[in-house]
Design a protein around this ligand. Structure first.
Ligand SMILES: [Zn+2]
Length: 337
């Protein structure tokens, strides 16, 4: 595994450099606004890679600290955002987004969540967010959209499904995962991919007690396990949080279920959902933001439209609001009222 050059748990000394690196990457990939390019296809007002980099870099103006944690397979900088306590041993909430690059709504929701968190007093809690886990995949999705294509893109530049590459029961693949190895490609070894290894290294010395990964399009809040159907020991706490967030995320209430139950008993290994729980002991949730109803032939035949709702502002604001109490460290009793 190639180790990123910076040390885990340190952030401030890298701040200015990281913001400049983000600005450089945004300039390098600068294109006309994505929303304008795809407007006539009714795909929503989604921002492109460089626009999202701008938004993440601007979090620095609100007190967030940006850190480069490594580079993707194709050399794109990988960033995380620190908000709240700077103490290395602070209790820590983690947010991941963009693990699957076509699930753009998760990134928009993550940025929205961070913009709100950056203005809050988090006391002795730290929040560490990885808003664009898979930049190479994102650029492929964007390229395809701009070219008018309809491709389904899930992997990093090595063809690996990053959400099967985490070091949690990696190798214990269920039958469904074995049946479709080109979709759920787990990589050569656990954390073989730089995007996943960088996250693992950055978090290796943190006290993580809460974690959320943002995906789409199932309209669900999932909790461990993914690798087995047998309930986890701290099932009740996970279920309670999942229900609170599910209720808050949408007036039509998202489903709250163990991941393997939600997928009809099919088990999967190497998920971040299990990794945060097994390796860090965190309450770990995976939010499947809702996708969009597909009213038109164009939307029905465009995978981006399946994963990303037209009502970007509403969904990102509602899911961010629902997740906010969990991430900022509120008690379950407080959040439930
Ligand atoms: Zn996903």
């Amino acid at each position: 595994m190639v180790r990123p050059s910076t040390s885990p748990g340190t952030s401030v000394p890298f701040d200015d450099d990281a913001r400049q690196t983000a600005r450089n990457a945004a300039d390098k990939h600068r294109r006309p606004a994505l929303a304008r390019t795809i407007a006539d296809r009714r795909l929503g007002a989604y921002r492109g890679y460089s626009e999202l980099l701008d938004a993440i870099e601007r979090l620095g103006e609100r007190g967030a600290r940006l850190k480069q944690i490594g580079n993707s397979v194709k050399g794109e900088p990988l960033f995380c955002v620190y908000i709240g306590s700077e103490a290395p041993k602070a209790r820590t909430s983690v947010v991941l987004a963009g693990v699957h690059p076509i699930e753009w709504i998760g990134i928009e929701t993550c940025v929205h969540l961070l913009e709100r968190l950056a203005g809050e007093d988090l006391g002795d809690r730290a929040v560490i967010a990885f808003p664009m886990v898979n930049p190479d995949g994102l650029m492929r999705v964007e390229e395809n959209l701009r070219a008018g294509g309809r491709r389904f893109i899930r992997h990093n530049a090595h063809g690996v499904d990053l959400n099967r590459n985490f070091d949690a029961h990696w190798g214990e693949r269920g039958w469904f995962q074995r049946l479709l190895p080109w979709i759920f490609a787990p990589g050569k070894a656990a954390a073989s991919e730089p995007e996943v290894a960088s996250i693992g290294f950055e978090l290796s010395e943190r006290r993580i007690d809460r974690a959320i990964s943002l995906h789409s399009f199932g309209g669900a809040v999932l909790y461990p396990p993914a690798h087995t159907v047998w309930p986890i020991p701290d099932y009740a706490e996970h279920r309670a949080w999942a229900k609170v967030i599910a209720r808050g995320a949408c007036k039509n209430a998202y489903t709250a279920l163990p991941c393997s139950w939600w997928s009809w008993g099919t088990t999967q290994s190497g998920l971040e959902l299990d990794w945060f729980h097994v390796r860090h002991g965190a309450v770990s949730l995976l939010i499947e933001c809702e996708g969009g109803p597909s009213f038109s032939f164009s939307r029905l035949t465009t995978p981006f439209a399946w994963f990303n709702p037209l009502e970007l502002s509403r969904v990102s604001a509602q899911v961010a609001s629902a997740a906010l109490p969990f991430i900022r460290g509120d008690s379950l009793e407080h959040a439930a009222t």
